[in-house]
Design a binder for this molecule. Structure first.
Ligand code: 13P
Length: 236
């Protein structure tokens, strides 16, 4: 089980230090779950420093496919490695929706991260209209088909209609999508989309759900810890 907190564009350096200090203390006694936090780029170094010597990993929210070059505003895998960062998310639906990310750029980013030795979380998921239009399976097949299996690759199934809406997928629906993804690529699959302490246990109890990618509820130490505890309690 892996529980990763995607902080999106929240928390600067000082809040990150405060959060990570508290998180490390609260998670010290918990076994049976891998935990990662994904702060914004500017707070990565502070997170790595604060969590040094703990089991909590630090990942970035994106990574570029080139090692270096004329790509204003981008960050490369070797730069993340140099900071001591463990991995990165790619293909989040907010990147696809607002920043023109495509299946192809997601695949290139994932590949480069894996080649550099990073652990990658590649996000996939259908929009509300795609689900209503019966397109879910086709969309997931298309998004997953560009990724290649790797020991360091994890997929996050994040139905776009469930992100930040408070309306998570039902456990049955998550199970169905995860089973499809696993039939296409043999990698762990995290669920993301309005995961909260109240619904984490039943989502994580599904056999094809291997953890969670948490947005809003990962910004508060207590709610994030509660989700980590639910994962630790889930028999596997
Ligand atoms: P919420 O948990 O806020 O719905 O966000 C999910 C997400 O986008 C994680 O990457």
């Amino acid at each position: 089980m892996l529980v990763a907190g995607n902080w999106k564009m929240y928390k600067g350096t000082s809040e990150t230090v405060e959060f990570c200090t508290a998180l490390a203390e609260r998670l010290e006694a918990i076994d049976g779950v891998d935990v990662a936090v994904c702060p914004p780029y500017t707070a990565l170094a502070a997170a790595v420093r604060t969590l040094a010597g703990t089991e909590i990993a630090v990942a970035a929210q994106n990574v570029h496919w080139a090692e270096e070059g004329a790509y204003t505003g981008e960050i490369s895998a070797p730069m993340l490695r140099e900071l001591g960062v463990y991995g990165a998310i790619v293909g989040h639906s907010e990147r696809r929706q607002y920043f023109g990310e495509t299946d192809e750029t997601v695949a290139r980013r994932a590949e480069a991260g894996l080649d550099a030795g990073l652990h990658m979380i590649a996000c996939v998921g259908e929009t509300g209209p795609e689900r209503k239009g019966g397109q879910t399976e086709a969309v997931l097949r298309r998004q997953v088909s560009v990724l290649r299996p790797d020991d360091n690759l994890v997929i996050a199934y994040e139905p776009v209609w469930a992100i930040g809406t408070g309306l998570s997928a039902t456990p049955e629906l998550a199970q169905e999508a995860h089973a499809l993804i696993k039939s296409l690529l043999e990698v762990p699959v995290l669920y993301g989309g309005s995961v909260k302490p109240e619904n984490a246990a039943e989502l994580l109890a599904q056999p094809a759900v291997d953890g969670a990618l948490v947005g809003g509820a990962s910004l508060d130490v207590e709610s994030f810890v509660a989700i980590c505890e639910a994962a630790a309690r889930t028999p596997r």
